[in-house]
Design a protein around this ligand. Structure first.
Ligand SMILES: Nc1ncnc2c1ncn2[C@@H]1O[C@H](COP(=O)(O)OP(=O)(O)OP(=O)(O)O)[C@@H](O)[C@H]1O
Length: 318
């Protein structure tokens, strides 16, 4: 059975004067999913997050988070959603533990329960030893982990994280990503994270949405993204064979679905609309050539992103 939808955006738009910061955005995110919002500066990510939190009103369209309309019931949404901005503000003169207890009190959690929960969370985010240290003395990685504990104290159903891994060392990033992943898999928490750090997003997101100029250009897993963005050349197959002469290259180029064949150092790259690997190997064998290597190149998010933006600049003559 499919998990229920937790976040639903329907034709959502936000205009500032004549400027459309978010333009007819529709998106559904299911319970327990980790969804990555990607896009260049000014794409509309923060505006979208603010509309989900009820902190800014949509110009048109609708938002529903945990079945609640944040425009009408912003307080109810805040009870269910934890938001970790890119630089969490803690009280520097208070310890990590005191900061958590303060948040718990603001959320109406009784003191005994708050203490129990705070210690559990400090352990979860690996800050037990730093519980009595002033938050002002925490490193950025420690602050982000305390931030995660801080949003979790009210037991949210959804967490929204803005650039959670920015400025953290590789070990800290690994730990934070593992924590976020565990929250989704073991506690069914739905995670929305906005980030420019593509390789981090790729490690933990189930799906990614690529935002540009307020519009969602593509969404899905890596393979879906590549297919949506590079319709003609969704697949690139690397082939090494001998002899790979002009006549064999022409035969490969003639395979239905193949758009172009480009020479590389030790063979060719075949750009195609569908995965024609089997057809290519048959063509090589039937031509009495020896096939040494054939593999489909899978694009990482970094490559998808850069290939798209390079292509866009070329298309727009920038
Ligand atoms: N209050 C506002 N008034 C006018 N324009 C705004 C306002 N808030 C945002 N914008 C504009 O809306 C667009 C989208 O901004 P937004 O902050 O949502 O982008 P973003 O994708 O989060 O960018 P970044 O990665 O830089 O945080 C930008 O062009 C921004 O200048």
């Amino acid at each position: 059975m499919e998990a229920p939808t937790v976040i639903e955006l329907n034709n959502l738009s936000k205009r500032y004067g004549d400027y459309r910061a978010v333009d007819r955005l529709s998106l559904s995110i299911r319970k327990g999913e980790i969804f990555g919002l990607l896009g260049p500066n000014g794409a509309g990510k923060t505006t979208t997050i603010l509309m989900m939190l009820g902190l800014t009103e949509p110009t048109s369209g609708s938002v529903s988070v945990c079945g609640i309309d944040p425009v009408r019931n912003p307080i109810d949404v805040k009870r269910k959603v934890g938001y970790l901005p890119d630089d969490v503000g803690f009280y520097h003169h208070m310890t990590g533990l005191e900061n958590l207890l303060y948040t718990a009190a603001l959320n109406g959690i009784p003191r005994t329960e708050a203490e129990k929960r705070a210690w559990e969370l400090l352990e979860k985010v690996n800050l037990t030893d730093a519980a009595h240290k002033k938050a002002g003395k925490y490193s950025r990685g420690m602050r982000q982990r305390l931030g995660l504990a801080d949003v979790l104290i009210k037991r949210p159903e959804v967490i929204i994280l803005d650039e959670p891994t920015l400025g953290i060392d590789p070990e800290g990033v690994r730990e934070l990503l593992r924590l976020i992943h565990d929250l989704s898999r073991h506690e069914g928490i739905t995670v929305l994270l906005s980030s420019h750090q593509l390789h981090h997003v790729q490690q933990i997101c189930d799906r990614v949405g690529l935002f540009v100029d307020g519009k969602l250009l593509a969404e899905g897993n890596m393979e879906c993204l590549a297919q949506q963005l590079f319709l003609q050349d969704a697949y690139v197959i690397h082939v090494a064979a001998s002899p790979l002469d002009a006549s064999l290259r022409a035969k490969i180029e003639a395979i239905p679905g193949v758009n172009k064949v480009e020479r590389t150092g030790n063979g060719v790259d075949v750009y195609c609309q569908t995965d024609v690997s089997a057809h290519i190997s048959r063509t090589i064998v039937e031509s009495n050539a020896s096939l040494f290597h054939l593999s489909r190149r899978d694009f990482g998010l970094d490559e998808i992103y850069h290939r798209y933006f390079e292509g866009r600049e070329a298309r727009e003559g920038k």
